[in-house]
Write a protein that binds this ligand. Structure first.
Ligand code: ATR
Length: 278
């Protein structure tokens, strides 16, 4: 046995703007736990070598972010079913037997965030509209299906990418033409934006929202700004809105528990820890 402090971190490139260190360090301090969490900037060509080195330096696991989420699967010795389904990992655990386990907690974070913001919500209790068909959409759709969704309507600017997700997930996912996305949101229980529209520095959010009804729960995985144009307009329409920062916070909960042995709470102090570091 070693008496080294548990170390964990996040690997990506660029990594300077990651808010994960601030969050994990906040929780370490709050629960009085030994250990540390740091950011590792790693180039794509070096990923496998660095990951194999980390356990030798006392690192117990790492979060994985852009651009390594897909490559991380190939490095792992074992991959959880949910990471296989999503085709990407956001967590690598260095096990005591020397093997590397890849997992994905993004779907957990997505569901926990909506449940916290919209009590009583469940993905299976009505149609869900999803905007976007990139890597984030894949994780969101896997989570929605895991929570019982059977009627997911998917619209993406590039239709072929939405069709690929329909093929991957089957008939629970139906493709809606991007030009009809504005109409599709009028009769759903949940609306999820997984596109980058509305993000600071990215394209404007340009979808007609007149059809939105107050019964619809609206969530955006974009969290810069915190109140995205979509969420502001949904709020004005009387909808319950759930911001994307909560997903970042909640996906970190199972990771922190695996690293440091304590299940942390997502509360205002945790949100502030992330925001004040921004
Ligand atoms: P991520 O992995 O975060 O999902 P991504 O794979 O680059 O990122 O996907 C970005 C998503 O935002 C895509 O669905 C993209 O649509 P395309 O597949 O047509 O590229 C969507 N997106 C980005 N800019 C957009 C815009 N101006 N209008 C509509 N959709 C946009």
């Amino acid at each position: 046995m070693t008496d080294r402090l548990p170390l964990a971190g996040v690997i990506g490139r660029p990594i300077g703007h990651s808010r994960s260190p601030a969050l994990h360090r906040h929780w370490l301090a709050r629960y009085g736990l030994p250990g540390d969490y740091t950011a590792f900037e790693v180039a794509e060509d070096d990923l496998a070598e660095v990951v194999r080195m980390l356990p030798k330096m006392g690192v117990v696991g790492v979060n994985v972010t852009v651009p390594h989420k897909v490559a991380a699967l190939a490095i792992a010795d074992r991959v959880t079913d949910r990471a296989t389904l999503v085709g990407a990992a956001n967590l690598l655990i260095f096990q005591a037997d020397g093997r590397i386990l890849a997992d994905n907690t993004d779907g957990y974070g997505f569901l926990a965030n909506i449940r916290a913001g919209a009590p009583g919500w469940s993905a299976g209790s009505g149609p869900v509209a999803v905007l976007g068909a990139g890597g984030a959409a894949r994780g969101v759709i896997a989570a929605l299906i895991e929570d019982g969704a059977t009627d997911i309507r998917l619209a993406n600017r590039t239709r072929t990418k939405a069709e690929a997700l329909h093929r991957a997930f089957g008939n629970k996912v139906q493709v809606v033409d991007w030009h009809h996305a504005g109409e599709m949101i009028g009769d759903v229980q949940t609306l999820v934006n997984t596109t980058t529209m509305g993000m600071t520095g990215a394209a404007e959010f340009r979808l007609p929202l007149d059809a939105l009804r107050p019964e619809t729960v609206v969530t955006d995985i974009v969290y810069t700004p915190l109140r995205t144009p979509l969420l502001e307009r949904a709020e004005a329409a009387g909808c319950v809105t759930v911001d994307g920062l909560g997903m970042l916070l909640h996906q970190a909960v199972p990771a922190f528990e695996r690293f440091f042995g304590t299940r942390p709470e997502v509360d205002d102090a945790a949100r502030q820890a992330v925001l004040s570091d921004a």
